[in-house]
Design a protein around this ligand. Structure first.
Ligand SMILES: NC(=O)c1ccc[n+]([C@@H]2O[C@H](COP(=O)([O-])OP(=O)(O)OC[C@H]3O[C@@H](n4cnc5c(N)ncnc54)[C@H](O)[C@@H]3O)[C@@H](O)[C@H]2O)c1
Length: 255
């Protein structure tokens, strides 16, 4: 794979899969705008990518909940690199964990402060919606582009505690991904959702069961994203792809 001359925006790029994608894309020759709220780490990671090359990286502090900041990230990509070929919406996570709610103390869904769920719905769903709105005008002018949403097995399973997360991810996996594909396809713009099961960006994800008896290495998820962006992945469109070691095919034992 070679992404020389291509430009990607990666959100949630200060850590985990958003960062790994940015590193891989630059290693394969592409230019990348790394977006995150964690400014200090973002700058450090961008310097590391630029020291290695051959692709170039720039940092953009961007809270995906803020439309003006999303537009600023889009503008930065165009100013620096002239186009936006790929947007990967990695920013996200289960709000109770990301916002530091202790499940052992706050035991049930209605007792979790509503602001926590606002965070979850806004980062996981509104952020990718904002990015779609902001970049589709640019992609329409270019007559091409790809938006990759990152869903989750949780979007098919629900969660009686952290309800924001499966709600938002299901919105991405089905409603938003198909809608963007419907709008964009006449302009050569594709949209695909990649929905992982457990991924070892955190060690405790190893406890989540899959048919294969293990969690994914982050690289396995990024390899799929890169394939979708490559010449070989061009016919995949409007689809949600589960990459979960078969967890979605597991037999549910209710008794
Ligand atoms: N790790 C898993 O097991 C797993 C499974 C399924 C889906 N996912 C999804 O994959 C994506 C990446 O997961 P990860 O484990 O690599 O994440 P991570 O927790 O390592 O990274 C998330 C990044 O998002 C950033 N972020 C938080 N709020 C933000 C905001 N408002 N605006 C911009 N950036 C913000 C954080 O600073 C962090 O750098 C997430 O959307 C997650 O829901 C993860």
């Amino acid at each position: 794979m070679n992404f020389t001359g291509k430009t990607a925006i990666s959100t949630g790029a200060a850590s985990g899969m958003g960062l790994l994608f940015a590193q891989n894309f630059a290693e394969l020759g592409g230019n990348v705008v790394l977006c995150d709220v964690n400014e200090a780490v973002l700058k450090e990671k961008v310097d590391e990518i630029n020291a290695k090359g051959p692709g170039r990286a720039v940092a953009q502090v961007c809270d995906v909940r803020d439309y003006a900041q999303v537009c600023a990230a889009r503008d930065k990509a165009v100013q620096e690199f002239g186009s936006i070929d790929l947007v990967c919406n990695f920013a996200g996570g289960a709000a109770f964990r990301m916002c530091g709610v202790d499940r052992k103390v706050v035991k049930e869904f209605p007792d979790v402060p509503i602001e926590v769920f606002d965070w979850g719905l806004d980062v996981n769903l509104k952020g990718p919606f904002y990015f779609a709105h902001a970049v589709l005008k640019q992609m329409r002018e270019q007559k091409g582009g790809l938006i990759v949403n990152i869903g989750s097995i949780a979007g098919t399973e629900g969660d009686g505690y952290g309800m924001d997360y499966p709600t938002a991810k299901a919105g991405l996996m089905f409603g938003l991904t198909k809608s963007i594909a419907q709008y964009g396809s006449p302009y050569g713009i594709r949209c695909v959702c990649v929905s992982p099961g457990p991924v070892l960006t955190r060690p405790n994800m190893a406890n989540m069961k899959t048919l294969l008896g293990r969690a994914a290495e982050p690289q396995e998820i990024i390899d799929l994203v890169l394939f979708l962006a490559s010449e070989k992945g061009q016919f995949v469109n409007g689809e949600n792809i589960m990459i979960d070691g078969g967890r979605n095919a597991m037999r549910r034992n209710f008794l």
